[in-house]
Design a protein around this ligand. Structure first.
Ligand SMILES: [Cu+2]
Length: 106
């Protein structure tokens, strides 16, 4: 599915603006979409694998949480209880698949 949340097709620079959503797709091919999101403290973020390959979510630093490998069609959720910036990547494709969750204080 295409998501038309931004005006026009701004290209890669569009990822600089965090999207206010709790839903992240592992989109075709090998990417998190949107790559950078912003959520309030306590929000549960869900990643859904819409790609044809197995991916996961590995939070870097701090918690070091890592999801199980997600085959195509599966999803996983994580609740962010503390404010901060959480960079993450896919364990299998860290060169291509990076993302960030910005958890905003109330
Ligand atoms: Cu991957």
């Amino acid at each position: 599915m295409l998501v038309l949340t931004l005006a026009g097709c701004a290209g890669p620079a569009a990822s600089a603006q965090p999207a206010e959503t709790t839903q992240v797709a592992m989109a075709k091919s090998y990417k998190f979409d949107p790559a950078t999101i912003q959520v309030p403290v306590g929000a549960t973020v869900t990643w859904t694998n819409q790609d044809n390959f197995t991916h996961d979510v590995h939070l870097l630093g701090g918690s070091d949480w890592r999801s199980k490998p997600l085959p195509p069609g599966e999803s996983v959720s994580y609740t962010f209880a503390q404010a901060g910036e959480y960079a993450y990547e896919c364990t299998f494709h860290p060169q291509n698949m990076k993302g960030k969750v910005i958890v905003a204080a109330p």
